[in-house]
Design a protein around this ligand. Structure first.
Ligand SMILES: *Cc1c(COP(=O)(O)O)cnc(C)c1O
Length: 397
């Protein structure tokens, strides 16, 4: 296996087995260098300056938009930079809060991250629309029969998760989107856990909106992306108001800028956007197909060894469906104790409800231990984790 750890300074500085990339990824040196270069030699506010520095910053910001656009196969003006997946979803949901009426419905999976659950629940509360959920199967897949039962001609929005941040299961977005469109609803896909792990083509998915964060894709914090179909974005009201999002302002009225500026009020996180583009260049250089294949092999290695542990229960029982994310509980040992004992052995995993309480409730758990992979993980990391886990379990026997 190729060693990608050498690209990430953290692994030279810290003796750690990092298995929490679903929460946030480490940063390669090329991203860190880009951030430094931006602040050191291309920094002035974008879109308004007349000096060389401002022009350079603006060029690199708009180049970043092109890079991100081609990464997910979208036109650049349909790429809105936000501060993260959460803000991308809130941007759409707040527009919906103004548009929804009593009698309208929004349909969300019980497996959704709170970021793609709570904004819709609130939009329904504000507008008087009905918030509905559809079930999943024990395997972790969407329960398509229940999805079809809940979907109706009143459904205006279906909010889907591309890959669950708890079960690691990918949803069949094309199929669910086709059904949602047939019912007359728009579809938002939360891609926070997919973009870093496999090739994504939003035009093939045919969703109306696609949201993700930079920091889970080896990029900086404070930068996210919202893709939208042109007609969908044009029909959506602005999210925030201020500078840069206007065409003309007078005392009588304000007209708004065209896409994408209409949704980018104020000074955007342009340094972070350029950092994200450097991260996209990094994964493109390796190849998304290669990354997907490598993580698939590692996930299988991880699962084979976890399966041998007594009294282990997985969140999402079909282990063949998991993509780089495995959540589990071991009967008789609190997940927090496992995480603590692993941390003492320099293994970083996640414990908690992972911002997805309804899916834990579905599996009759309150919290779980989550192991998640990034491009820098290798078979040795899995070995160290499994050895440390067995050591932790022995302490409870
Ligand atoms: C992390 C995550 C989010 C939220 O991302 P932020 O970067 O915290 O805004 C949304 N959905 C899923 C599936 C996630 O894993």
């Amino acid at each position: 296996m190729i060693d990608y750890k050498k690209d990430f300074p953290v692994f030279q500085n810290e003796n750690t087995v990092f298995l929490d990339s679903a929460a946030s990824t480490q940063k390669p040196k090329c991203v860190l260098d880009t951030l430094y270069q931006m602040y050191a030699s291309s920094y002035a506010n974008v879109h308004r300056g007349s000096c060389t520095l401002a022009n350079r910053a603006t060029e690199r910001y708009e180049q970043a938009r092109l890079t991100v656009a081609s990464f997910i196969h979208a036109p650049a003006k349909q790429i809105i930079f936000t501060k993260g997946a959460t803000e991308s979803i809130n941007l759409v949901a707040s527009g919906y809060a103004k548009r929804l009426k009593k009698g309208d419905e929004v349909l969300v999976s019980v497996a959704a991250h709170h970021a793609n659950f709570v904004p819709w629940q609130q939009a329904c509360l504000e507008s008087g629309a009905t918030f509905k959920t559809f079930q999943i199967l024990p395997s972790g897949e969407a329960d398509t029969a229940d999805f079809e039962r809940q979907l109706s001609s009143h459904t205006k929005m279906v909010a889907l998760t591309h890959i669950s941040n708890v079960s690691g299961v990918e949803n069949n977005i094309c199929d669910l989107t086709k059904k949602a469109h047939a019912a007359g609803a728009e579809v938002l896909v939360d891609g926070a856990q997919s973009v870093a792990h496999q090739a994504v083509d939003v035009s093939a998915l045919n969703c109306d909106y696609f949201a993700f964060s930079g920091h889970k894709l080896y990029g900086p914090t404070g930068i996210g992306v919202l893709y939208g179909k042109e007609a969908a974005l044009k029909a959506l009201p602005p999210y925030q108001f201020g500078g840069d999002m206007i065409q003309e302002v007078s005392i009588e009225k304000t007209t708004f800028a065209d896409l994408p500026n209409k949704f980018e009020a104020g000074t955007p996180p342009f340094v972070q956007a350029v950092g994200l583009a450097a991260a996209v260049d990094y994964v493109n250089q390796i190849g998304m197909t290669q990354i997907a294949q490598r993580e698939k092999e590692l996930t299988q290695l991880l699962i084979r060894q976890l399966q041998e542990i007594e009294n282990i229960t997985f969140i999402g029982t079909d282990l063949s469906l998991k993509k780089g994310i495995v959540s589990f509980v071991i009967q008789g040992i609190h997940p927090a104790d496992i995480a603590f004992l692993l941390a003492q052995q320099h293994i970083c995993v996640r414990v908690g409800h992972h911002c997805a309480m309804p899916i834990h409730k579905y599996f009759h758990q309150s919290v779980s231990v989550r192991v998640s992979l990034g491009v820098y993980n290798d078979a040795h990391d899995i070995d160290l984790f499994i050895t440390a886990l067995h050591k932790a379990i022995r302490l409870f026997k």
